[in-house]
Design a protein around this ligand. Structure first.
Ligand code: ZN
Length: 86
């Protein structure tokens, strides 16, 4: 019975690892423009020194592309306050 548990755990471990792909230590952020536009495919952005970002009211926001950043800067109020809280 115990062996079965170990087999089950290692099976699910392998599934989780294959879904995650390559390990990436960079933190994740949500692109507020994509969030509002419901563009969920690129909602999650990896944060590194090249990630487009803008600071608004003391908070830093990250974007998937410079286009999203430009859109945010044109009308920041449209995009703040929509965080999903994750
Ligand atoms: Zn975006």
């Amino acid at each position: 019975m115990k062996l079965l548990m170990i087999l089950a755990l290692s099976f699910w471990g392998a599934v989780a690892a294959s879904c995650a792909g390559e390990p990436d230590p960079r933190p994740m952020a949500e692109d507020p423009v994509c969030l509002v536009n419901r563009d969920l495919g690129c909602l999650r952005v990896r944060v590194d020194e090249d990630t487009p970002r803008a600071t608004y009211k003391g908070k830093t926001y990250y974007f998937c592309t410079r286009m999203c950043k430009a859109e945010f800067e044109r009308d920041p109020e449209k995009y703040v306050g929509h965080e999903t809280g994750k």
